[in-house]
Structures are given as C-alpha cells and as structure tokens.
Design a protein around this ligand. Sequence first.
Ligand code: KIV
Length: 300
Amino acid sequence: MSTVTTASASREHRITLRSLANRKRKAIPFSVLTAYDFTFARIFDEAGVDVLLVGDSLGMVVQGHDTTLPVTLDEIAYHCRAVARGARRAHVVGDMPFMSYQASIEQGMTNAGRLMKEGGCHSVKLEGGAVHAELVRRLVAAGIPVMGHIGLTPQSFHQLGGFKVQGRDAGGRERLLADARTLEEAGAYALVLEAIPADIAAEITAAVSVPTIGIGAGVGCDGQVLVVYDALGMDESFKPRFVRRYATLGATIHDAIGRYVADVRGGRFPSDAEAFTMTESRAAPGAIDPAPYSSAGAKA
Ligand code: KIV
C-alpha cells in the first residue's frame, strides 16, 4: 500500500511535457543541464534542474574527442541508464548521436526506440530542421516525444565549417523560423536554439507554441541549457561568451587531488583512524566485515 502511494506521489512530481508547456504559458523559465552519470544526475535533480539532457557533448567532455561525431548509440544508451537512475523529478532526454537517424526514417525509429527502451529516457533529441519533419511525425505517432535542435547543430561541424554562430547571413532568420515552425507542426514538444542571435531566438520563441531552450541564444527563450562541465568550470581554458561559470571545479579538483597525492607520498594517508584493527572488528574470525565501506563501519 505504501509503495503504491510513494510511486504515485513521485509520478505526480515528475517534470512532463505538459509541465514544460505550462512553464512557457506562465512565462516561468525552466532549467536544462547536461548530465552523463548517476551521481551528478542525482545532485542536479535534487538541486531542482527540470530537464537532464544526456547530450552527445559527452563525446567531447567525457571521451575527449574534438567533435561529437564519434559518439555511438550504445554509449548514449549507457549514459542514459545511469542518469535515469539518478533522476527522480527531472525529465531525461537522450540525444540521438550522429548517423543514428540520418540514413532513414526506419533507422531513426529503431534507434530512438532503443534509447527509450534500453536507456530509460523520457524523450529523444535530434539535430536539424525541416529535413527531419517526417521522422519527428512518425516518432511522435509512435509515442516517442521529440525535442528538436536548430541553429548551430554540432553534428554538422564539418558542413558548417566549425562551431559558428548561425542565422547571421541573409535569409538565416527566415530559415530558422521556417525550421522551427515545421518542427512544431511535426509534433516536436520543445526546440533547442543553439548559438543564434538573441533577437532571432526571441522571435522564434514568440512564433511557436512549444517551449524553446537556448544555449548561446539570449534570455528570450523559455528555458536555458548549458553543458555542465562548462557551467562547473572543469576546463580553465574553455570559456566561450555564452557560458556562465558557476564554479571553478577544475581548479578545486586539481588542488584536492594534489593534496591527496602529497599525503600518500608523505605517508600521511591513511591515518590510524582511517584503518581497521583486529580488535574493533565485529565480524567472526574469517567472516567478511559486514560494513567496511559504510561510515558507521569506519567508526566502529
Ligand atoms: O549535446 C549536448 O550537450 C547538446 C546541448 C549543447 C544542447 O546538444
């Protein structure tokens, strides 16, 4: 009985497509952040992040590639599973990686289905505009919610000639507006607008009924997204204009690990209090200590 109550209570609090649509209607901006693992997802979820995006940016910040292109569907599914386990309230979005949906509608359907079934995510994101309208339509008809992504689409890195602001050329505004409207009409529930002039992003936000989520697209979007490694300042050398650093964790971690290394080298770690003794053990001779890794075990 209590299990049922708890489960339905947590369902009530889950961020849904409807919650996001309401936020747009009420003009209450929502937060989106990338997440790649369980521990971080749990912290972000508890901190109130509304949407966790398992972005293919993991190819760059987790795997160390120069672009997102090498990321595979299996890798996104793996990270989705970890993030989904940590997200009790946030909506979890799985990013469709390069060439997991571009070859055919059937390929896109199968792979989006895999992210939902194997990754445990609540919706998928795919890059590109009107060219993917039919796929979006089919996915939505199959019950798979789709987040669109236009402007700077990193999977088209080589086509675009690098990570460059989009929509500044003649016709750019019209193309972006047309793509946004077509994706909305196809059934996308939200649109990421990446690296486009703020006034165009605000115009798109006013023109479509679905929420827009900006990254380098100004404050006029319905929500904002950042790559979490950028927001936490993991890489001192990377600070594009659109990123706000909420911490300098790269330096903090470097300092902490430096002190750990020095303590080990200097014989200062572990101390006696951080080690076990025969007399303190409650386990019978030969038995496995019941709680060697719990805090209580350490104190016992
Ligand atoms: O992969 C990613 O992290 C993204 C965001 C930057 C929107 O697509």
